[in-house]
Design a protein around this ligand. Structure first.
Ligand SMILES: Nc1ncnc2c1ncn2[C@@H]1O[C@H](COP(=O)(O)OP(=O)(O)O)[C@@H](O)[C@H]1O
Ligand SMILES: [Mg+2]
Length: 316
C-alpha cells in the first residue's frame, strides 16, 4: 500500500499548497468514482467474535419453526412498507438509470463481480475513516444497483448503530432492526423490510442503544449473516467510521470483504492510512473515491493513479 500512501500524501500537500486548507465537497451533484485495489485469491478466514460474559446467547429469540430460511418464508414474513427515498441521493429509485453517478455504480458492481470470480465475496462491509464521507450513500446505492440486475436479491444492513442514516435515506422506519436482534429480542425476519424496489431487503439500525460496541461484538451479527446469506446474492453492511471507533473492524470479521470509501479532496491522508490499517490486505476488496468532480478536481488523479497502479501490480 506504500504507493497509495505516497499518492495520498502528495495529493494532500498539493491541496494545502494551492488552497490553503481542506476543500469542501459539493453535494449538489452526486458522483462516485469506483476504484478497485487488491483482489486476494484466498477466501477470507472468518473469525468468530467472542461472546462476552453475560452477553446475549446465540440461541435466544430463535425462530420457532424448524427450517425458516426458505425464499417463501422470506417473502411471506418480510413486510412491504411505503418507503419514501430521498430522490437526490438514492440514485436508482426513480427509474432513471442515466442520472449522474449511476454509471459509476454500475462500474463498481461489475468490478465486484469480477472480484467474486477470484474469491468468496457476498457480504461486503462499507466503511471509511471518518463520518460524512459517503459510506451510507455508497452502501445504499450499491445495493440498489445490484438489484437492478434481473433476479438479484440484496440485503442492506444499517450496522452504524451510533449514527444510523440508511432509514432516512430510504424514507422508512428505523425499528425494529439490528440492535433489537443483537439484544436477542427478535428473530431475523422480524427486523427485515422491503419497499417498492423488488428484491431489495433492508435491516434498519433498530432502537437506539447505549452500548453499540458491546452489541456488535457479541457474535450475533455473524450468526445473523450465516443464517440468512443463502437467500441473498449480496449482503451490503453499512458501518460507523473506522478511525474513531472499533466497530467497523469487528464487523469486518463477519463479512467477506471491505469496501473503503475515500471522500475526494476531503479525507486527510493520515486518516485514510489509519482506516486502511484497521483491515488486512485480504479483507480490502476495493476503494470508492466519492464526490469527485472530473472537470475541476486535479486531486482525484492521485488517488486514481495510486489505485490503478495497485490493480496492475496485483494482477501481474
Ligand atoms: N457523491 C455524493 N453526492 C451527493 N451527496 C452525497 C455524496 N456522498 C455523500 N453524500 C451526502 O452526504 C451526506 C453524508 O454522506 P453519508 O453517506 O451519510 O456519510 P457517512 O455514512 O460516511 O457518514 C449525506 O447527506 C449523503 O447523502
Ligand atoms: Mg453513514
Amino acid at each position: 500500500m506504500s504507493r497509495i500512501h505516497e499518492a495520498l500524501k502528495k495529493a494532500e500537500q498539493e491541496r494545502a499548497a494551492s488552497q490553503g486548507g481542506p476543500a469542501q465537497p459539493s453535494f449538489a451533484t452526486p458522483a462516485v468514482e469506483p476504484l478497485l485495489t487488491t483482489a486476494a485469491e484466498e477466501p477470507l478466514v472468518a473469525v468468530a467474535a467472542a461472546v462476552p460474559a453475560g452477553g446475549v446467547p446465540l440461541t435466544s429469540a430463535m425462530p420457532s419453526f424448524a427450517s425458516p430460511f426458505s425464499l417463501d418464508a422470506l417473502l411471506a414474513r418480510c413486510p412491504q412498507l411505503q418507503w419514501k427515498p430521498d430522490e437526490k441521493t438514492m440514485l436508482f429509485f426513480n427509474g432513471d438509470d442515466t442520472a449522474r453517478g449511476t454509471e459509476e455504480f454500475r462500474t463498481l458492481r461489475s468490478r465486484l463481480y469480477s472480484t467474486r470470480e477470484k474469491r468468496a465475496l457476498k457480504k461486503i462491509l462499507v466503511t471509511s475513516a471518518l463520518p460524512r464521507e459517503g459510506k451510507s450513500f455508497t452502501a445504499a446505492n450499491l445495493a440498489q444497483v445490484m438489484v437492478r440486475q434481473h433476479g438479484r436479491r440484496v440485503l442492506l444492513i444499517d450496522a452504524d448503530l451510533r449514527g444510523p442514516r440508511l432509514h432516512m435515506m430510504l424514507g422508512t422506519t428505523a425499528s425494529p432492526g439490528l440492535s433489537d436482534y443483537l439484544q436477542g429480542e427478535t428473530d431475523e425476519f422480524s427486523i427485515m423490510q422491503r419497499g417498492a424496489m423488488d428484491n431489495l431487503f433492508f435491516i434498519p439500525s433498530g432502537e437506539e442503544i447505549s452500548d453499540p460496541s458491546e452489541l456488535v461484538a457479541n457474535g450475533r451479527l455473524k450468526f445473523l449473516l450465516q443464517r440468512v446469506e443463502a437467500l441473498f446474492d449480496w449482503i451490503i453492511v453499512d458501518s460507523p467510521p473506522a478511525v474513531p471507533v472499533s466497530d467497523a473492524s469487528v464487523l469486518a470479521k463477519a463479512c467477506d470483504g471491505v469496501l473503503m470509501v475515500v471522500r475526494s479532496n476531503t479525507t486527510p491522508v493520515d486518516m485514510a492510512r489509519r482506516a486502511r490499517q484497521e483491515f488486512s490486505d485480504q479483507a480490502l476488496v476495493g476503494v470508492v473515491l466519492n464526490g469527485t468532480d472530473h472537470e475541476s478536481t486535479p486531486y482525484s488523479r492521485y488517488y486514481h493513479e495510486a489505485f490503478v497502479e495497485n490493480v496492475t501490480e496485483s494482477k501481474s
